[in-house]
Design a protein around this ligand. Structure first.
Ligand code: 5GP
Length: 113
């Protein structure tokens, strides 16, 4: 695992993103390959590869990411939506900087694959 993922490049503004929210703790931007009409990623500014690496001190940050997810969903006009955090390769995680997917704008199936 590297600490220099594509999301770190986005955080350093080395590659562009379609930003929807930013603060001192996190950045949110639209997914480059949206799986629904609304598909936004929220990433911490702190390097955390995945939920496998979180420590107790990250608790407030993790709560903040979900709070911002709810704020964004509300601003996007979503009434039903889903948050997803893939953890580890077999879950489908492809970028090893923690990120919360906010997905909505269409009927979502359950269970996910
Ligand atoms: P994962 O599969 O790791 O849970 O999610 C990674 C997500 O990042 C995917 O939905 C993928 O489309 C998105 N993604 C990968 N590279 C880029 C990029 O350069 N820009 C943006 N905006 N999204 C990206």
């Amino acid at each position: 695992m590297t600490e220099d993922t594509i999301f770190h490049k986005i955080l350093r503004q080395e590659i562009p993103c379609e930003e929807v929210y930013s603060d001192e703790l996190c950045l949110a931007f639209r997914d480059i390959e949206p799986q629904a009409p609304c598909h936004i990623l929220i990433i911490p500014r702190k390097t955390i590869p995945s939920l496998n690496e979180v420590i107790k001190e990250d608790s407030n940050l993790l709560g903040h990411l979900l709070f911002i997810g709810a704020k964004i969903a509300n601003e996007e006009g979503l009434k039903s939506w889903r948050t997803i955090i893939n953890t580890g390769e077999e879950s489908g995680q492809t970028v090893f900087q923690l990120h919360v997917h906010v997905i909505g704008g269409r009927k979502l199936k359950w269970p996910p694959g």
